[in-house]
Design a protein around this ligand. Sequence first.
Ligand code: UD1
Ligand code: CA
Length: 450
Amino acid sequence: MTDTALIILAAGQGTRMNSDLPKVLHEIGNAPMLVHAIKAGQSLDPERIVVVTGHGGEAVAAAARDWDDRAEIAVQTEQLGTGHAVAQAGPLLKSFDGDAVVLYGDTPFLSAETLEAMRDARERFDVVFLGFEAADPAPYGRLVMDGPLLSRIVEAKDATPEEAAITFSNSGVVAADAGILFSLVSEIGNANSKGEYYLTDIAALANARGLTVTAVACPEAETLGINSRDQLAAAEAAFQARARAAAQDDGVTLIAPETVFFSHDTAIGRDSVVEPNVVFGPEVTVESGVRIRAFSHLEGAHVSRGSTVGPFARLRPGAELAEDVHIGNFVEVKNAIIDRGAKVNHLTYIGDADIGEATNIGAGTITCNYDGVMKHRTRIGARVFIGSDTMLVAPVSVGDDAMTASGSVITEDVEPGALALGRARQVTKPGMARKLMEVLRAKKAKLQGK
Ligand code: UD1
Ligand code: CA
């Protein structure tokens, strides 16, 4: 099979975002839109990934490499047009033998099927553009077809009234043999209304060389570009709608799907149930048969089979729940491993901790993990009973089968099977409450002059 190189254009400033952040770094489903564009292209299993950067280039390059460390960067110092942008990838791909596919960092929703259809068309045509039937074609380049062949592309600003009447529009995505693409691109001039080097000119240039050019069509939703905050919000909504549908297809019950928010990488197993108003931040994996109860927030967490989380629970990065763990209401878990069958049901903070199998953590327990400078770990063994309102001042450990008395402040290690009490002994004074009340009432009466 032919090798593939992606060329992802991401040099534009995105003025209409009105932002200090480069446009392609604005996020959808908690990942930069650039990452969505790369992910789409990765369905082609590319050998090379070249990102063309300009505005905010360092940050854009870092985001690309962070997602895929094979990403190579071509810098376009001046934004002289899409043709000029593609040319910047030329030196990196000089000896590349295979197809180049041009994608856009601000067009995150291309499907694998569409890219596959372009690859299929490449078996019969030298240059393959991606088009779509635009509901409002006004802003787009128009594809001038001659049967199955694409004659040329005219930009909106340069279109005659007849050309402007065409609704089959250019997405900008194009695939061709890399050598041919760069050779065509080198012939592009800038004698047009914008004075830019239009990538679209390669359609006519290819025809002039006797190469075959076509356009395959995809749904308009896939080519949705993002230029404003408004379009970013619409893209987020579209992403969430797809993520919800995908989760349901995967056998996940969403009781109120429109209230559940996913990240680009959320993975949930079959026959799990997600109750209303749950938010999945990045890097969450949930196995099958899990129940995530209402109003929970998860991020960087793994939840194993048969566990329940929430309502109103917060799992933060490094929360690792083994099978059949119960995390209840107003419980926060961070950087902690909670072993099989353990229960943390109420009003608790578990941070930087290991909790053993079948251990029960009482209401109001806190792992005091931070001394103001450093973080320390709390280690609790199996079948331990931590009494309500225990403060575990880390670093500290509690052995298997041990107990702590409610209200204890545990500062020293507890050995297996021991009961630790770390609180003042109770003193009870008979009749004292009544006496005290009388004194207080008398004081109040005197103050009020009675
Ligand atoms: C381009 C197409 C148009 C198509 C439309 C789809 C051209 C000449 N026109 O027009 O036919 O209908 O996309 O949205 O290609 N970019 C760079 N460097 C540059 C110029 C652009 O990286 O020098 C990047 C931008 O960041 C952007 C993309 O290329 O992501 C498209 O550029 P833009 O200027 O928005 O092209 P359009 O005028 O929308
Ligand atoms: Ca555009």
